[in-house]
Ligand binder design. Sequence first.
Ligand code: T4K
Length: 393
Amino acid sequence: MTLIIEKISELMSKININIKDKIFVNQPTLPELEEFIPLLEEIWESKNLTNMGKFHQELEKKLCEFLDVKYISLFANGTLALIAALQVMRISGEVITTPYSFVATTHALKWNGISPVFCDIEPNTYNLDPSKIENLITPKTTAIVPVHIYGNPCDVNKIEEIADIYGLKVIYDSAHAFGVKLKNESILNFGDLSVLSFHATKIFNTFEGGAIICHDEKTKKRIDYLKNFGFANETTVIAPGINAKMNEMQAAIGLLQLKNVETNIQKRKKIAELYRNNLCNQNGITCIHEIDEVNHNYGYFPIFIDKDKFGISRDELYYKLRDNNIFARRYFYPLISQFQPYKGLESANSENLPIATKVTEQVISLPIYADLKNKDAERIVEIISSCRMRLVG
Ligand code: T4K
């Protein structure tokens, strides 16, 4: 009996070690728990739990300053913010968007009864290719929904030019672009609206959370009404709104997170540099490009594997990493246009999306987060390099 118990506890400790040793693509950063307690006490004391309370208001103000934007409205999560943003701008009919993103981008269109029209991406930024937008515009097109994928800015000027000519709205899915600047200007200031995600896996997290950025007071008011059932006051409902407000606990944690976000970005930058210096020069590996005059946030570090040059495929590398307890992710595979709800659409045909189709088969996002240890990033480099070296040898 004792022997069995010993064996079980030995096994349990092995499992524990394995779980502890696992490295995921992401790990949220958190403030000290002691810092959160007084804020929770304040919430308990005031009994003000939600509906645009004190912490909600304070976080909106602090985020406007930090992000250098005029107006922000906080949401329960990024998906609800996207769904609401389309309502705010009264978007309908067809919307041109990218297939190379997280599925929420297109789901938000579907939840609004809008038909997504997929447009191919650029080979360098993996963002919507502006030169391919015009061909997809029909009399039903009302907007463009591009994504600043991995936080790399879209070609905002060209997109604006096209939108102006055809009278289209532009709503940026900026879920990855917290704090990103282009020529010293916040990327969130482009387009009619920008939508952020504050999910646990993002640069700045409120556990779950999101926001819409807009540029005038009237729009800010409309957003605030729509996220609160459409109430303008106790007896007036201006539109069929939704309940998508951020609560006080989320906002309180956000206030604490904001203090560390800059330091965390710098820590991520170091990991990105380590990967870049050791991987980019290897035949068969392309790293995410750093775009000139951009302040990056290093939220993701995708690499792209060319099987013929690298020796093994992206999937083989993905499983090799998993065998070593490294849980990299294939962000973004499959393409949204390949998922069941969308694959029947005319624009989902992979012949129309050659770059996106190639990129989605090659991508693997490596672990990157503020607390990732250098030695772990080095081990990841070693595993990847050893796969290649076998080919050389
Ligand atoms: N638009 C874009 C372009 C987006 O990327 C997203 C979200 C949205 C819109 C929608 O915003 P939200 O409604 O989510 O605010 C994750 C996230 O759930 C999702 O927010 C994110 N994009 C997407 C790119 O990644 P999964 O299914 O890959 O997450 P999961 O749970 O597998 O997490 C990845 C790893 O992170 C785990 O292996 C471990 C680590 N992790 C995760 C969570 C949730 C933690 O350490 N702690 C945690 O609490 O989608």
